[in-house]
Design a protein. Structure first.
Length: 389
């Protein structure tokens, strides 16, 4: 705006000068007793312009001289801020390189200049945590909180994460509770809460948190499945001492969960431990019909249910489809032993050992004692058919 005004003034002066100088007799008389100065209008205008330019430069030099201390101070502050920003970048680089001592020092320098306080406090705290200097870590977070109360979430989430890493689960959970009161929908806080619940084995809460995170797409499917499996295994173990509770919990699971390998093995083992053989048999048969697993087949022989002959028929039906499954052959040998079918038991156990030697199969075979049928060295044991043995 000032430039436009100056241009208009100069244009007006030029027009006025041109008008006045069209008459060659025009002049300007300056009287300063005892002197009298007579100038032409053109000379007067030129002198006036030179005087204005000189005044302008004198004013600028004077103003610059008066403002010199503040200019130097601003320059010094600018250089300090530039150095502080360099310290921030160096702290970030050193932290991710694993040089935690240098990262902490650089973050401290930036903090002393008030540059990127939140970021530098977090870097310094995490660097101190990696060096197992927990007192200094907590001091960084407390100072950061006192400097920037508006960034409470960043401070609380960092504090909770580091406390969880230190296995101080209860303290971390309390910090997360305060943070969720401020930002209940924050995904980072919800994931940290899930982590705390897993570490504290709060399996019912873990399943609820998982459901909420999956609904908001805050966790990927493989990670969620792994945590859900861990929670369900924990709940199985919790219900594993009571028959009614265990049955109720198992029936509450989805079909996909009742076919999960880890859950099937854990549930079947728990039912076997409670002498609920029919329940264990049902679980394993359902899982094997859905998806074949040699470990399921090996565990099936330990389910000596109320109808072992029916189990033998079922297992021999599977054997037609999986004739080289050592676990299934071991189970058949075990089931035949319970029914005193010595010949079939020996054949199945020897076939299992031929495919995959195991101490369990060897112990069962040796336990038969006098019921063993002598074999010639060249004989190769084969699985008998349903009617044989």
């Amino acid at each position: 705006m000032s430039s436009v005004i100056w241009i208009l003034l100069l244009a007006s002066l030029a027009v006025t000068t041109a008008i006045l100088t069209t008459n060659g007799g025009a002049f300007v008389l300056l009287v300063l007793p005892p002197w009298r100065i007579e100038l032409s209008v053109a000379a007067f205008v030129i002198a006036l312009l030179l005087l204005m330019v000189l005044g302008f430069f004198v004013t600028r030099v004077t103003a610059g001289t008066l403002n010199l201390p503040s200019s130097i101070r601003a320059l010094r502050i600018g250089r300090q801020r530039a150095k502080a920003k360099e310290a921030v970048l160096f702290a970030v680089q050193a932290f991710f390189e694993g040089n935690y001592a240098r990262a902490e020092q650089a973050a401290e320098r930036a903090l002393s200049q008030g540059e990127s306080v939140g970021l530098c406090a977090v870097i310094a705290a995490r660097a101190a945590h990696q060096q197992r200097r927990f007192i200094e870590r907590d001091q960084y977070l407390e100072n950061f909180h006192s400097l920037l109360p508006a960034d409470r979430i960043l401070q609380l989430s960092t504090q909770a994460d580091l406390l969880l890493d230190e296995r101080r689960h209860q303290e971390a959970n309390e910090v997360l509770r305060r943070a969720r009161e401020i930002a209940p929908r924050n995904q980072t806080l919800r994931r940290l809460t899930l982590r705390a619940q897993v570490l504290m084995r709060q399996w019912d809460l873990v399943l609820k948190s998982l459901q909420s995170l999956e609904a908001s797409k805050g966790i990927d499917r493989p990670h969620a499945d792994a945590i859900r499996r861990q929670a369900l295994l924990g709940l199985l173990a919790r219900h594993g001492q009571d028959t009614k509770s265990l049955r109720t919990f198992w029936r509450s699971l989805s079909n996909r969960e009742r076919c999960d390998r880890a859950l099937v093995i854990s549930a079947a083992s728990l039912f076997i431990g409670l002498k609920l053989m029919d329940d264990a048999r049902t679980i394993l048969e359902h899982a094997l019909d859905e998806s074949w697993d040699t470990e399921f087949a090996a565990l099936y022989g330990k389910c000596t249910s109320s109808n072992i002959l029916e189990q033998v028929k079922k297992a021999e039906y599977w054997l037609n489809k999986h004739p080289h499954d050592a676990g299934l052959l071991l189970s058949l040998g075990r089931l035949c032993l319970h029914q005193s079918l010595w010949g079939k038991a020996q054949n199945y156990l020897e076939a299992s050992l031929a495919l995959e030697p195991s101490r369990e199969g060897r112990a069962l075979l040796e336990g038969m004692g006098s019921n063993l049928i002598p074999r010639t060295p060249k004989m190769r044991p084969l699985p008998p058919d349903v009617e044989g043995g």
